[in-house]
Design a protein around this ligand. Sequence first.
Ligand code: HEC
Ligand code: HEC
Length: 248
Amino acid sequence: MLNLMQSSSLRIGFCVAAAAAALAGCRYDPVQAEKIRALPPEDAQGTRPEHRAGQPCVDCHSTYEGAEPKLAIAGTIFSQTAKGYLNGVNGVFVTIHDSAGATYKACTNTTGNFYITTADLQGIDDFAFPLTVSVAGVKMNSLIGRERSCAGCHKLASVDRIDRDPGVDPATGQARDSAGAIVIDPTYLSALERCGPTSIVAPSGAGGAGGAGGMSATTTATGTGGAAPVAAGAGGNAAGSGTAGGNL
Ligand code: HEC
Ligand code: HEC
């Protein structure tokens, strides 16, 4: 509790500073503030790329809330055990295609989190919405019109939500207001959809040169920039030059 309050006053502090620097988009927004306030508190291991799995990352990693890095899109990928529990899936590709023809790939980390930072969008200000997305080759049929957190639609089950709507699936969180957790079956993944443990992005399209030699998996850079496919060598998960990987 106390932690949460401390951190939110910190955030407000950031907002004032940003407003003083004349950055747009930092006005107090009661809806946004309430969404963030209602999130579960930080876990014991603290803020890190693996934290807050299943939560709407970009609510905080935004100009509004000021958490760094600023994220262009992010979420969490799960698998389900025989007993129905959700586990984060480590090392699968999430692929985003934007409407201008650019393709981005990011890799999930140990809690199933993946993210593309705004700095990863090399050479462009933002994605061209709407976006299509697939996870480990499984395509989402719906388009993403503007929501940058997968968990904006894929909400987990919570006591609050189950109280309000008894139709919420207690395992996946699926209900009228939620597509449920993003669940894949890692057993049947092709090697192409597997990636190293480090969150990494292969940007492409407008002006992007793609990344030289990032990962063991083949990341094919496509799009208007005509970047060559990147077929990186064996093994390593060190981020190559040009691929602005999120974390260490
Ligand atoms: C309630 C707000 C909140 C949510 C939700 C949230 N984060 Fe964070 N995150 C933070 C804060 C605060 C930090 C610490 C950096 C800062 O203070 O700017 C942080 C740090 C990070 C970092 C940097 C860690 C480091 O070691 O440099 C990454 C990466 C990150 N979060 C990813 C995510 C992802 C992915 C999600 C969603 C699954 C997520 N965050 C959800 C607030 C949040
Ligand atoms: C605007 C709401 C919305 C957002 C945002 C959203 N999804 Fe979805 N997603 C849905 C809905 C609704 C479905 C179920 C129908 C379908 O496949 O479109 C779905 C289904 C999926 C599926 C298919 C699941 C299956 O078992 O067939 C995947 C994979 C998926 N989403 C991944 C993602 C990822 C990754 C993100 C974040 C980058 C994301 N979604 C963001 C609404 C959303």
